[in-house]
Design a protein. Structure first.
Ligand code: PGA
Length: 251
């Protein structure tokens, strides 16, 4: 059975005070919600502790936005998987396009980060997505295939049971331009088929694949009703409690 996941990627927003404010509103708005969908928030590192203590008796789960690929050591400025786990994180976003483009994270590095996360019992939300020029050149499937297979290189099926994939076309992130439900569904089906062919059809069938890229209350229902779209990774719209709640309710 695939789980439905709505995850909010706060990016570099919300200090501990703002975190308290946003989470209070989320807790109030979600109090009576009877949904099987997994709600995850991914605040910046400095707000994780605050978030963790506020949500501990709720259905909201905690995630981080990045991890370091090594267990520990002399890596100034970095945060390890174990630190995240012990701060209450269950999830971690890996390979977000902003990390790939701004911080030049390679597929090989992303592969190491996924390994480190899984080894420490953190559930990776592994992001893939094509650039606008790649879509225009009709090489979307080629790009996605390469990102998925390189990111998941050398894993056994057993290792990957907690994996979640997020398809986020880069041209749709923070631009207000969403992929149409059909465009998104096509790529989601492509990813599922790719993993069925390369790993196992049972694994592929049970894998949750989220869509990300300008998901908003007015487009979430249609996107989430597609057969192969199992949730959303939400950026901008998760910073406002009302809009994040309304996306959760549409799932
Ligand atoms: P957006 O961001 O919803 O603001 O487009 C999505 C993401 O970057 O995960």
């Amino acid at each position: 059975m695939r789980i439905k996941v709505i995850a909010g990627n706060w990016k570099m927003n919300n200090d501990p005070n703002e975190t308290r404010d946003l989470i209070s509103k989320l807790l109030a708005g979600l109090k009576n919600l009877n949904s099987t969908c997994e709600v995850v928030i991914c605040p910046p590192y400095t707000s994780l502790s605050e978030a963790s203590s506020m949500i501990k008796d709720s259905k909201i789960r905690l995630g981080a936005q990045n991890i370091h690929e090594e267990e520990n050591g002399a890596f100034t400025g970095e945060v390890s998987a174990k630190m995240l786990l012990n701060t209450g994180c269950e999830y971690v976003i890996i390979g977000h396009s902003e990390r790939r483009t701004i911080y030049k994270e390679s597929d090989a590095l992303i592969n190491k980060k996924i390994k480190r996360a899984l080894k420490n019992n953190l559930k990776p939300i592994f992001c893939v997505g094509e650039l606008l020029e790649e879509r225009e050149k009709n090489i979307t499937e080629q790009v996605i295939k390469s990102q998925v297979l390189k990111g998941l290189q050398d894993f056994s099926l057993n290792d990957l049971k907690d994996l979640i994939i997020a398809y986020e076309p880069v041209w749709a992130i923070g631009t207000g331009k969403t992929a149409t439900p059909q465009q998104a569904e096509e790529v989601h089906l492509f990813i599922r088929t790719l993993l069925a062919d390369n790993l196992s059809s049972e694994f592929a069938e049970n894998l949750s694949i989220l869509y990300g890229g300008s998901v908003k209350p007015d487009n979430s229902k249609e996107l989430l009703s597609q057969k192969n779209i199992d949730g959303a990774l939400v950026g901008g719209a998760c910073l406002n409690a009302d809009s994040f709640i309304s996306i959760i309710k549409s799932a």
